[in-house]
Design a protein around this ligand. Structure first.
Ligand SMILES: [Zn+2]
Length: 207
């Protein structure tokens, strides 16, 4: 049988988690059940950085930078998860986020006609990772902290920022997990009802 998560749509990056660092964390899909890591190589990381809208400079991560990026992603995931679950974060994860955040940001330099820009940095990949780490620190410690959520779908468990006015969102996206969960609970209710009906009919026959 093919796994439900082998559909091509589960091989796509998601950019709807609500912030840069959460979108980065979401490059692992289905953390709850069958995790699928979409950042499988330095080339995949380069593609993600491009799609995430980072400055138009060549970011070709080395193997080391790629591994650093994956470790940073997992540290951000671990710390945000601990915030949501009201647990103590690991000091190693905090240190890794701080280290990434300390790298100087890329500096934009405007060209003469004011129509283009060069981004100056000693290391484009580290500058991108620093932006991601800073975004993570901002959402962990700012007003958005209370809006950090984990999708209630057991298979998904995607981390997201709940930007709804009531702050009562339960799923990463209604169109992905919300509808599926609704259908599932509807089926369960139906099965329970059928079971109750059958029991009632049997009891009636016994009378
Ligand atoms: Zn979800």
């Amino acid at each position: 049988m093919t796994s439900g998560n082998s559909h091509p749509k589960y091989r796509r990056f998601r950019f709807d988690a609500g912030s840069l660092s959460l979108n980065f964390v979401a490059t692992v899909r289905h953390r709850g059940a069958e995790p699928r890591d979409l950042l499988t190589s330095p080339a995949a990381l380069r593609k993600w950085l491009h799609l995430a809208g980072f400055f138009p400079i060549d970011t070709s991560p080395s193997q080391n930078e790629y591994e650093e990026a994956v470790l940073l992603r997992e540290s951000i995931h671990a710390v945000i998860k601990s915030i949501i679950l009201d647990a103590q974060p690991e000091s190693g994860d905090i240190a890794r986020i701080n280290q990434a955040s300390a790298f100087p940001p890329a500096i934009p330099q405007l060209h003469a006609a004011a129509a283009s820009v060069t981004w100056e940095t000693d290391n484009p990949v580290k500058a991108c990772l620093a932006d991601i780490a800073r975004d993570a620190i901002t959402i962990m410690t700012g007003a958005e902290r209370n809006r950090l959520k984990r999708c209630e779908s057991g298979g998904c468990r995607m981390l997201f920022l709940d930007n709804s006015p009531a702050n009562r969102r339960r799923w990463c996206a209604m169109s992905i997990c919300g509808n599926r969960e609704k259908i599932r609970s509807h089926r369960q209710r139906k099965q329970l009802q059928n079971h109750d009906d059958q029991t009632a009919t049997r009891d009636k026959k016994l009378l």
